[in-house]
Design a protein around this ligand. Structure first.
Ligand SMILES: [Zn+2]
Length: 281
């Protein structure tokens, strides 16, 4: 089968692939996820998104940022300033008095997040602690917070779609027959032969991305995404027929947390959401 050529079109949303009359600039790596240690010389890539996808992805990024940062070492250079940002968004550590309306919004968010905390002892019995997240060695904490895999998967796919669009100005949209799957890695270490064949996309200390493509079909691309030097994901863009074979090999699991080292299997419902823009529950 002839691989389809990159689609070069302006005015199409790279996420839902629908034409949009008023494309917005969606940050490939979420803007609020860049740590304070990011040099000003780093180009914060953006790619065209329809207003609807941009808004929904923005909400998802905001929710995930809180959860992920609560599980990331606040002293890490790669996550500098993020904990302060998150605490403020929860109405904590706010120096000046906030306007009443803003205070209510932050209080509500804090109550919501607090209500989802579970004792670490209880969480330890569940499978699927995400490698790289959680307290540094030797530090004990009392609470754990659930992190929705579907959300992580959607954001990883979003980053990959953005990179495919921006990389060498290809303006590629990932369209059928190609699809996307996300997996979680134990570390940032990229195995050979991929490592020496990869191109590094530098988003600063907060996000390092390596891109590898296969020579037989340049549309088949792997992305290794390391976020805050803590969360390591990889994204595979391949023919949907190939991805279906992978789906069969990865053990399916229920719930929000898969066993470690497994692909993030998300329900067909959410996978459709992935294509059409995420929906907030
Ligand atoms: Zn869209």
């Amino acid at each position: 089968m002839e691989p389809s050529l990159p689609t070069k079109e302006q005015g199409r949303c790279i996420h839902c692939l629908n034409p949009t009359e008023s494309p917005e600039a969606d940050h490939v790596f979420p803007d609020s996820w860049y740590p304070d240690s990011t040099p000003t010389t780093i180009q914060r890539w953006t790619a065209p998104s329809c207003p609807d996808c941009n808004r929904k992805l923005g909400q998802l990024e905001k929710d995930l940022l809180i959860r992920l940062v609560l599980c990331t070492d606040p002293k890490s250079e790669a996550a500098a300033g993020l904990a302060t940002r998150v605490f403020r968004s929860l109405g904590l550590d706010v120096a000046n008095r906030l306007p009443e309306k803003e205070k209510t919004i932050r209080d509500k968010l804090r109550v919501k997040i607090s209500s989802e905390l579970m004792p670490c002892a209880e969480a330890a019995k569940l499978p699927g602690r995400i490698p790289g997240l959680g307290p540094p060695d030797g530090v004990s904490v009392q609470w754990a917070i659930p992190i929705p895999w579907a959300g992580l998967s959607i954001i990883a796919a979003k980053i990959a779609r953005g990179c495919e669009y921006k990389y060498k100005n290809r303006q590629r949209l990932v369209t059928p027959p190609y699809g996307i799957r996300t997996f979680v890695n134990e570390s940032a270490l990229l195995p050979e032969p991929f490592a020496s064949a990869s191109t590094i996309l530098d988003f600063g200390p907060g996000c390092k991305i390596r891109r590898v493509f296969t020579t037989e079909d340049p549309q088949v691309v792997l992305y290794w995404i390391s976020i805050w030097n803590a969360l390591h994901l990889h994204v595979r863009i391949d023919l949907e027929t190939e991805l279906l074979k992978v789906d069969q090999r990865v053990q399916k699991c229920e719930g929000i947390i898969p066993p470690k080292n497994r692909g993030m299997l998300i329900s067909p419902h959410l996978r459709n959401v992935n294509r059409q823009a995420p929906d907030r529950e």
